[in-house]
Design a protein around this ligand. Structure first.
Ligand code: C2E
Ligand code: MG
Ligand code: MG
Ligand code: MG
Length: 287
């Protein structure tokens, strides 16, 4: 009897595992179909120049319009897309869509696209970027690729070679979520990045934590020394804006200015929604 109880328990455990795997498998099938059906949408969030108050670029952020589950954020499916290799066709779609959308914007507005470490594994990334530029007609200097430090963790020399190849075509390269990975400073030596995006965890506590403030200050002065521009992510309040401005960040991004908006709202945002907070900052500086 004890034996069969044990077996019963084991079966329950096994069934539990089954359910998890099945849910993952179902999501993977959904994701595969979603790529075929193009059930994705890019939303765009402004990158605001601190001194001028101008929107100098927008970051493309992917959403999945799931037929039953509604809008799903990237944190819920990008990891699975990376594990299954689906990130390669998905990433190519993002690049193409973002460049195509950006062609309709004023010529001095850049487009930032997130590129996952998994996209550096095969030879497809350079092709995907060049195809997106050629088919859309976007000038390469308007495209900025955001990569995280984890892209440089494994096979750093392969990744760095790809980055150099892209840079040679005129594309800009930004390091995303700076300060959250490993040995960040070492990675800054491995490639001449155009931009550092300071992770929002430092901005969130900039008013209350002397450490966070010191880190933001150190990164911006490092940026000045190395000739790399700095962007503060996740600016939600005007107090945070004041702090990151005082610490010397060149650019800001966050809910204070705008949440990510659908492509159709970008031109309206560029024309009419100069964020009042930065506007005030700009006039303060001009005065
Ligand atoms: P990320 O590249 O660091 O993008 C910034 C994230 O912070 C976005 O979340 C954005 O909506 C959010 N955010 C912006 N301002 C604020 C703020 O003031 N407060 C708070 N709390 N959050 C803010 P989202 O859209 O959920 O994207 C999450 C991550 O998913 C991105 O982080 C990026 O790593 C990844 N991701 C998004 N789109 C793509 C894509 O097309 N390809 C790849 N490979 N990854 C993507
Ligand atoms: Mg990003
Ligand atoms: Mg980021
Ligand atoms: Mg992030």
């Amino acid at each position: 009897r004890a034996k069969s109880d044990g077996r019963g328990l084991f079966r329950v455990f096994e069934r539990g595992m089954d359910t998890k795997l099945q849910a993952r498998r179902a999501l993977e099938l959904d994701l595969r179909a979603a790529i075929e059906l193009q059930q994705f949408e890019l939303h765009y969030q402004p990158l605001v120049d601190v001194v001028s108050g101008r929107v100098s670029g927008l970051e493309a952020l992917i959403r999945w319009k799931h037929p039953e589950r509604g809008m799903i954020g990237p944190d819920e499916f990008i990891p699975l897309a990376e594990e299954t290799g689906l990130i390669v066709p998905l990433g190519a779609w993002v690049l193409h869509q973002a460049c195509t959308d950006a062609v309709a914007w004023p010529g001095d507005v850049k487009i930032a696209v997130n590129v996952s470490p998994a996209q550096f594994k095969g030879p497809e990334l350079v092709t995907a970027v060049l195809d997106a530029l050629t088919l859309s007609g976007l000038h390469p200097a308007r495209l900025e690729l955001e990569i995280t430090e984890t892209a440089l963790l494994s096979d750093a020399s392969g990744t760095v070679a790809v980055l150099h190849e892209l840079r040679a075509k005129g594309v800009r390269i930004a390091m995303d979520d700076f300060g959250t990975g490993y040995s960040s400073l070492g990675y800054l030596r491995s490639f001449p990045f155009d931009k550092i995006k300071i992770d929002r965890c430092f901005v969130r506590e900039i008013e209350t934590s002397a450490d966070c403030k010191a880190i933001v200050r150190a990164v911006t002065s490092l940026g000045v020394s190395l000739g790399i521009s700095t962007t503060a992510e996740g600016v939600e309040t005007s107090a945070q804006l004041e702090h990151v401005r005082a610490e010397g960040c060149d650019q800001v991004q966050g809910y204070l200015f705008s949440r990510p908006v659908p492509a159709r709202d970008v031109l309206v945002l560029l024309g009419h929604c100069i964020p009042s907070a930065v506007h005030e900052t700009a006039s303060t500086l001009a005065a």
